[in-house]
Design a protein around this ligand. Sequence first.
Ligand code: OGA
Ligand code: MN
Length: 294
Amino acid sequence: MNMAADGMAVTVRQIGPTFGAEVSGMPIHGDVTPEALMQFVSFLHRYRVLVLPGLALQPADLVAFSRRFGPLEIHSRFENTLPDHREVFCVGNVERDGMKASFSRGVEQWHADSSYREVPSDASLFYGEVVPPEGGDTLFCDATAAYRALDAATRQRIDGLHAIHSLETLRLWGLRHNPDRSGAVDRQATEFPPVRQPLVRVHPATGAKSLYVCPAVISHIEGMAPDESAALLDMLIAHATHPRFVYRHCWQQGDLVMWDNRAVLHTASLFDHARYQRLMYRTTVAGNAPALAD
Ligand code: OGA
Ligand code: MN
C-alpha cells in the first residue's frame, strides 16, 4: 500500500454491486507522488467509479488535481463554464458571479461524456459544491460487467458495430425534454460534426470490452434501419441499467466522484429544482488515444 505525502495510507473499499469504490486518504491538494498517482489510476481501472467524500475543494484545486490525469477538455457549452476556470463545467440550477450552470430536467439519459467528440473523454471528475437535501443523485452503470453478462450470440451480433454520435441528435432530444430552452447549442452542432464510435469499446489499459451506448446522442447504428437500430439500443440500455449493474451516488456536499468514461455509463436524476439548489463542478480529462480499432 502506498503512503500519501503526509504518511497517511490510501485505502479503497468497494461500494457498488460489481464496481465503484470509496477511496480515503488520497492527497488532493499539493504534491502526489508518481506511485500514489499510479495506484489511484489502477483503482480507477479496477473499480471504474471512485468516490472521495468529505473534501473542501476550490475550483482551482479541482482543476489542479484533474490535470494530473491528462489535459482537460473545455466543454462545448462554453456559457456554462466558470469564467476564471474554463475547464470547469457547471451543472445545476445556480447562477452567480457571471456563471450559469447547465440545467436540464433530469430525465434519465444514460451516456458517457463527450462521446460526440472524435476522441471522447477518458474520465470525468464531478464535485458536489451545492447539493440538494434529496434527489439529484447520479446513477452509474457498469457497462463492462453488463457487456460480459450478455449471451454469446448478442455479443457476436454487436461486436464490430458502430454507432453515429451526434450533437444534433442530442440537441433535438434536449428540445423534446426542455421545450422552453433556446436553441443555443446550434453553433456546437457545426463545430462537432457527427462521429462514428464503436458500439462495443475496448479499454486501452485493461483490455476489457464495454457497451458504448448513449441513446440520446446516437442517431443510428451504422448500416441498420432506424427501427432496428432503436430496438437494439433500447435492449442494450435496458440490460446495462438493470439494478445489478447500477450504483446510485447520493451526494453530500464535498464529495468528489471520478469515473472512467471508457468503462461505465452515467445519468443524472430528478430533483425539485423549484425548492432546492444544486451546483456541481465537472472537469473532463481529454481522451489521449485515437478512436479505437474495430
Ligand atoms: C454530467 C452529468 C450528472 C448529474 O455533467 O456529465 O452527466 O448528476 N451529470 O448531474
Ligand atoms: Mn455526463
